[in-house]
Ligand binder design. Structure first.
Ligand SMILES: [Zn+2]
Length: 328
């Protein structure tokens, strides 16, 4: 994979210096609604010179099955546009950009998700991806696109390293108060994916409930249970990060991660209440809760934290640096 990546760089544009990344990022941004709305913004903003950065191309598997070679920064602009609201604080957008860039390069260098492309545009598999034209057609503004693209450009080329290697910069929407240790979710301990507090994102995605009839509950679980629902639930253990570790249901043990998948719960932080005919889950947080909390990052930024502080909080022990292809 590494060799393939290096060949791509060499064949595409190794050594080429891009004079204006934002202009490049907005290439093709000249038809339909986007063009009509361009008059709202001073034209020179789109073409302003930015820091010179060596161009890196990555293979991106689009939703139509085509694999296209994209400039890394163009791709990251579109990931950030899709991943978080443009209304986020700029420092939170910058933190998201660094996380997404690091995640992307790590996938390119060592990933095996897609034989035909290093990263895809499906958020359920890799990362969310949004073209600015589509964003504007659905009600977004050019000013929002510009804000996101500027934030990405301000961090151009910056990635996170741990022990000299690109980190697996996982992220998610909201921690519900505390992030989770990678070992609790994926089984492998990762030194920089440990439990950290995320108190400021508390209001996002907390207190969400989902109710199943007793029949639906048993169908999803694939079991037949006797008695009233309140009698089905036994002992619960919790992870260090506050999620459900194991829960006994009908005499059988289930992991919180498995239950989250079976019942499509927003996170593994949940409580269960029952009636005679139903089971209700109430969740806190949204996502696997390992790594950077997007809403937590925004909350930190609102309170005055810069993007480096945010990244070092959610990925403890890592180091922010310009990407160096020779280190991997
Ligand atoms: Zn993918």
């Amino acid at each position: 994979m590494k060799m393939i990546f290096k060949q791509i760089i060499h064949s595409a544009a190794l050594g080429i210096v891009v004079p204006g990344m934002i202009f490049s990022a907005l290439a093709g941004f000249s038809s339909g609604t986007a063009q009509e709305q361009k008059t709202e913004e001073p034209q020179q903003n789109l073409n302003k010179p930015t820091e010179k950065v060596s161009q890196v191309f990555i293979p991106v598997l689009k939703s139509d099955g085509q694999v296209v070679q994209m400039d890394l920064e163009d791709y990251i602009c579109r990931v950030v546009l899709g991943e978080v609201p443009a209304s986020f604080e700029t420092e939170a957008l910058k933190a998201q950009a660094v996380a997404a860039r690091t995640y992307t390069l790590r996938c390119v260098l060592g990933g095996d998700k897609h034989p035909e492309g290093a990263v895809c545009t499906d958020y359920r598999c890799c990362q969310e991806y949004r073209e600015p034209e589509s964003y504007i057609r659905s009600g977004g503004t050019l000013a929002s696109v510009q804000k996101v693209f500027d934030a990405v450009t301000e961090t151009a080329g910056e990635v996170l390293y741990y022990d000299g290697k690109l980190i697996m910069a996982t992220y998610f929407a909201s921690a519900g108060g505390t992030t989770e240790d990678a070992r609790e979710v994926w089984g492998n301990a990762v030194p920089y994916l440990t439990v950290v507090s995320s108190p400021a994102d508390d209001d996002a995605y907390n207190g969400q409930t989902v109710t199943f009839t007793a029949e639906e509950f048993q169908t999803r679980l694939g079991v037949t249970l006797k008695g009233k629902p309140e009698s089905w639930f036994g002992r619960v253990s919790y992870t260090v990060g506050g999620g459900v570790d194991m829960m006994r249901i009908g005499g059988k043990l289930y992991s919180g991660v498995d239950l989250r998948g079976i019942f499509d719960l927003r996170s593994t932080i949940f409580t269960v209440t029952t009636t005679d005919t139903s089971v209700t889950f109430e969740t806190r947080g949204y996502g696997h809760r390992v790594g950077l909390s997007q809403y937590g990052a925004d909350a930190m930024a609102v309170l005055g934290s810069g993007y480096k502080e945010i990244l070092y909080h959610y990925y403890p022990g890592t180091k922010l640096s310009q990407y160096d292809p020779d280190t991997d």
